[in-house]
Design a protein around this ligand. Structure first.
Ligand code: ADP
Ligand code: MG
Ligand code: ZN
Length: 477
């Protein structure tokens, strides 16, 4: 029996306003090469100045990942030439990273496990190369040069893709709660390299690993892991040796190809960055950062359980991502129905998002709009099925629609006309004397039958509370 062994290198782009060593903006999506200066372009004579916000963000992360924080951390130059890096070196941390020996607990199904963090360091991002399919040229965009990153290097502690996904979701959730990154994989603000080897179960030593890059969704990570693990097992079983190399994942083709043989630290000729002093942090600094940490998932979950009487299960689901927790609380500030809102989020909303492969990152559901739909259903203005339909339209529209307009356009208004409801009830009750007799004989269950018949007659649009009331009145005659 084979066992898969995985270690992850995760890059997270920090959402500081400016870059790590200059004052250029880090905003995503600007016109190429409009957010650069001599420092981040590495022009001769330009000198870096360290952005203190990066240290604060990195310290928050180090605390949240339970790392030991280095009182003195040092920037190193990692030398390599590639057109996305005009300086021909990246400022990173190799020998004295800001955090070491961290621990991130994860849960897969009912099994809990702790993933060990080897180290966590700060570094600058490189630019982006845009390969044009139209003219077969490559266009460099240097806006991303110098955007601050933290790189989180795990120990080879993962044994399945499910553990990897649980860990990445945890990292993402922690960074979102801290407010230090949006961790959007599709925008490259969270990037994952997968180091993977296989071995026979029970073996003590690890096999030779490959490193797979260019993976930009959770789904692609799952595919890449299954694929690479099968590829290595196949190779070994047919007598080949695994070569330590860097591989490139192609999600469309669901396959990978070798990019280059894996480089070692020596290849980069690392040396301490001469233009920057070592970073020294005091205990007081670390404690002040710790004291300023925002409310995290676990305490929010406890608060949801005690303040809103939600179950452990509901509270866990609602707080797993900050977006979900915020949607819940913002909706709650409009309509005070915690259990009802929780149900809407956990069941239909989650289903609609899953079907589209999306999350609340992509669809920022408007809490006012959401509250409006829920209260229209609970007050009987529209029926539940219509409510679900409107929610779907909201998700399709990217999070917000004109609810009243939609209800009119699709004639979803519940029948509130008392006269019509009473007439229909009379008709149904009159047509079913046997059921009336059963009811009078004590079989109150037939009430459901009457409600069903009346609703059917009124095409499901009657206000259920009114129907119930009218039937009871009619039957008590
Ligand atoms: P490098 O410096 O070459 O990138 P590291 O020793 O820093 O190598 O390891 C990088 C990542 O690879 C770490 O996450 C580590 O856990 C993982 N790793 C190391 N050896 C193996 C292995 N044999 N199988 C799977 N993952 C591994
Ligand atoms: Mg590495
Ligand atoms: Zn700059």
């Amino acid at each position: 029996m084979w066992e898969t062994v995985i270690g992850l290198e995760v890059h997270v782009e920090l959402s500081t306003k400016t870059k790590i060593f200059c004052g250029c903006s880090t905003a995503f999506g600007a016109k190429p090469n409009t957010q650069c200066c001599p420092v981040c372009m590495g022009l001769p004579g330009a000198l870096p100045i360290f952005n203190g916000e990066v240290l604060r963000y990195a310290t928050m992360a180090a605390i949240a990942f339970n790392c030991e924080i280095s009182k003195t951390s040092v920037f190193d130059r990692k030398n390599y030439f590639y057109p996305d890096l005009p300086k021909a070196y990246q400022i990173s941390q190799l020998y004295f990273p800001i955090g070491k020996n961290g621990k991130v607990p994860i849960k897969v199904g009912d099994t809990e496990k702790v993933i060990r963090i080897h180290e966590m360091h700060m570094e600058e991002d490189a630019g982006k190369l845009i390969h044009s399919e139209y003219d077969n040229e490559t266009y460099p965009d240097y806006n991303r040069c110098g955007v601050p990153l933290i790189e989180i290097v795990s120990e080879p502690d993962f044994r399945s893709s499910a553990e990897v996904i649980a860990y990445l979701q945890k990292i993402k959730s922690i960074c979102e709660y801290l407010g230090i990154s949006d961790c959007k994989m599709q925008e490259g603000s969270m990037r994952v390299d997968i180091n993977l080897s296989v071995r026979k179960k029970g073996e003590e030593t690890f096999g030779t690993r490959t490193e797979t890059k260019n993976i930009n969704s959770f789904r692609a990570i799952e595919h890449a892991i299954e694929h690479e693990s099968a590829r290595q097992i196949d190779a070994i079983e047919s007598g080949e040796r695994i070569i330590q190399q860097t591989r490139h994942w192609n999600e469309d083709k669901r396959s990978s190809y070798a990019m280059r043989s894996k480089e070692n630290a020596q290849d980069y000729r690392y040396f301490p960055e001469p233009d920057l002093l070592p970073l020294v942090v005091t205990d007081e600094y670390i404690e002040s950062v710790r004291a300023s940490l925002p409310e995290m998932a676990e305490s929010r979950k406890q608060r949801f359980m005690s303040d809103y009487a939600l179950s452990d299960y509901d509270a866990s689901l609602l707080t797993a991502s900050l977006h979900t927790a915020e949607l819940f609380e913002k909706t709650l500030s409009k309509i005070n129905m915690p259990k009802e809102i929780a149900n809407w989020i956990i069941v239909p909303l989650q289903k609609l998002l899953n079907e589209r492969g999306k999350t609340l990152d992509d669809v920022s559901l408007d809490p006012d709009n959401f509250a409006e739909v829920i209260s229209k259903v609970t007050s009987g203005k529209i029926n539940r099925a219509s409510g679900m339909e409107i929610l779907e339209a909201m998700v399709e529209a990217g999070g917000k629609i004109d609810v009243d307009g939609y209800i009119k356009e699709h004639s979803m208004e519940a029948i509130d006309d008392d006269g019509l409801i009473v007439d229909t009830v009379r008709k149904i009750v009159g047509a079913n004397p046997a059921s009336v007799a059963e009811y009078k004989g004590g079989k109150t269950k037939v009430l459901g039958f009457f409600v069903g018949q009346v609703m059917k007659e009124l095409k499901g649009k009657a206000n259920p509370a009114k129907v119930n009331e009218a039937i009871l009145k009619e039957l008590s005659k």
